[in-house]
Ligand binder design. Structure first.
Ligand code: AMP
Length: 553
């Protein structure tokens, strides 16, 4: 029997409709790429997104065409995003931290027809455009006054481009299962793979993210996603904030501690989210200047493990609650959040921080399981670790173009590539990427645990651990350390600091000091690059070494 309930499709542009109707005057504030702080509202963004939709149609683009963006988090980017999605086309966010050849490869794989590009990335796009023959239109996200001299064929300023849009055209009547957005994983080996989201998965994911036991976003919040829209939809916040009617603050291209603090303070941001590298810069700035975070209530830390010392600094020194989260581009991306259950709500002191080291609990819509090498399920005892598999309402069912099919099994489980354990209360903890785990004398050593411990040392700014070949134990951990500015720790003190805090045989024999730890395009420690620098070349060269060459911008 079919239910007698309306078939109201879950469509991304309905999020913007809702924000414009119920929270139309709510501000969206951006640090513009041109420099000044720019203020607009959800109502205005909707009007302009509809212009984007109309102009795309007028330019001859059609349903399912892939339309790329190479842009920072700004209100113009949000307009372009919703305009593309509401036109029945597919919004393909590109990561500007990749090199021109990598981006050209990705754009050709996606068959992108058009690109919106920020001023900052015009020189990069000038290198890419000749390599992408399918590209028909390039729009620079600025106005005529700021339009640069460029060799980009037919490049036009965004403000001129939408000024010519017809009005009166409504959103495209899409089905909720239609594809709406495309994002390539940073893929640490092999070619990058595209994850193709649907209207439905994005809307459901946004509902999941706003919930109280997730990021708890309401219309009373001011939300600043420092995590870029090109990193898995700003972890869903670019949908979740307008869905909740929250004021949105977009940091543009400046991610340094001072710029981030300025916006947190002047806009009275209550919730923000980014990878640990960003928070390292902010905490450093706060310590140097004595500035505080009086408005901020919650900070979401994910993308890599939040070091214990970072979590404690936010909570104890600045009175900001840390929500440690885990996810993957393939999961839209949120997979778990370390928020409190009644069983854990009263924890205090070190045991609280033991819990906050964990990546947390799967929200409704995400299922998890742990398996051993024989595919046997493992118990949730908080100790036994195995390969983590997931499935759910916003989890990929395959990659774009059929790449990487072996990651998906016949029961719909997706192999995350992460190794984890889960405790009896359902809190999952990642111990490693499967390919980073160190096998020493037949036992596993968690590089994440060692890294967390090393950065707890007051003289250590950042730390990474890789396995190096050892004639007796097969592999041993090597600790790579960036010292905190102004301090000169030696290896013996750091190793001594680790004693008694982890199993003795986990403690590395060697420590090396370097000036900078290389990061991937999404801000994770680049272990492939470190292995190339410090150990044997055991991992063969990737077809396209996407993660080994992230560049600073
Ligand atoms: P990406 O799709 O680029 O965001 O990368 C996803 C991968 O990042 C996951 O499979 C994990 O290995 C890693 N990751 C994400 N969040 C965390 C976290 N909180 N702790 C440890 N690793 C994480």
């Amino acid at each position: 029997m079919r239910a007698l309930i309306q078939d109201w499709p879950l469509l991304c542009h309905k999020i913007l409709d809702y924000a414009a109707i119920q929270h139309g005057a709510r501000e969206v504030v951006s640090r513009s790429v041109e420099g000044p702080i720019v203020r607009t509202t959800y109502a205005e963004i909707r009007t302009r997104a509809l212009k984007v939709r109309a102009r795309l149609v007028a330019d001859g683009f059609e349903r399912d065409d892939r339309i790329a963006t190479l842009a920072w988090n700004t209100s113009r980017h949000v307009e372009a995003w919703y305009g593309i999605m509401g036109a029945g086309m597919i919004c393909h966010t590109l990561n500007p931290r990749l090199f021109a050849e990598q981006l050209a490869w990705i754009m050709n794989d996606a068959d992108d027809r058009m690109v919106f590009v920020d001023l900052t990335f015009v020189p990069l796009m000038e290198k890419i455009a000749p390599l992408v023959p399918g590209l028909k239109r390039i729009v620079v996200l600025t106005d005529a006054a700021h339009m640069p001299e460029t060799t980009l064929p037919g490049a036009v300023a965004y403000e001129d481009w939408i000024a010519g849009a017809a009005s009166g055209l409504d959103w495209f009547a899409a089905a909720e299962t239609d594809a709406v957005a495309l994002c390539y994983t940073s893929g640490t080996t092999g070619n990058p793979k595209g994850v193709l989201y649907s209207h439905r998965s994005n809307v459901l994911h946004a509902m999941m993210v706003t919930r109280p036991d997730a990021m708890e976003i309401s219309s009373r919040d001011t939300v600043m996603p420092v995590v870029p829209m090109f990193h898995a939809n700003a972890w869903g916040i670019a949908h979740a904030a307008p869905m909740a009617g929250a004021k949105l603050v977009m940091p543009g291209g400046r991610m340094d501690g001072e710029a981030i603090w300025e916006l947190l303070d002047s806009e009275r941001v209550t919730l923000t989210a980014a990878v640990p590298t960003v928070w390292l810069m902010l905490l450093d700035y706060l310590r140097k200047t004595g500035k505080t975070l009086p408005w901020l209530k919650r900070v979401v830390i994910g993308g890599s493990a939040s070091p214990r010392a970072m979590t404690m600094a936010f909570e104890q020194e600045y009175d900001v609650e840390v929500i440690h989260a885990w996810g993957m581009t393939e999961m839209s991306p949120v997979g778990s959040l370390a928020t409190m259950k009644p069983e854990t709500a009263d924890l205090k002191g070190e045991v609280l921080y033991d819990l906050k080291q964990k990546q947390g609990v799967a929200p409704f819509g995400v299922e998890m399981k742990l398996v051993d090498d024989n595919e046997q399920g493992l118990g949730w005892d908080g100790r036994t670790f195995g390969r983590l598999k997931v499935r759910g309402m916003a989890v990929a069912s395959s990659y774009y173009g059929g790449a990487g099919a072996d990651a998906f099994d016949s029961e719909g489980w997706f192999e995350t590539g992460d190794v984890a354990h889960i405790d009896r209360h359902g809190y999952m903890q990642i111990t490693d990427r499967a390919k980073d785990v160190i096998k020493s004398g037949g036992e596993w050593i968690s590089t994440i645990d060692l890294e967390n411990l090393a950065v707890a040392h007051p003289d250590v700014a950042e730390a990474a651990v890789i396995g190096v070949t050892d004639p007796k134990w097969d592999e041993r951990p090597l600790l790579i350390v960036v010292a905190r500015e102004g301090s000169k720790p030696d290896a013996a003190t750091i190793l001594k600091f680790m004693e008694g805090k982890i199993a003795k045989w986990w403690i590395p024999e060697k420590v090396v000091f370097i000036d900078d730890i290389p990061h991937t395009a999404t801000g994770k420690i680049n272990k492939i690059a470190l292995r190339k620098m410090f150990s044997d070349q055991s991992e063969g060269p990737a077809t396209l070494p996407i993660a080994s060459v992230a560049k600073p911008i």
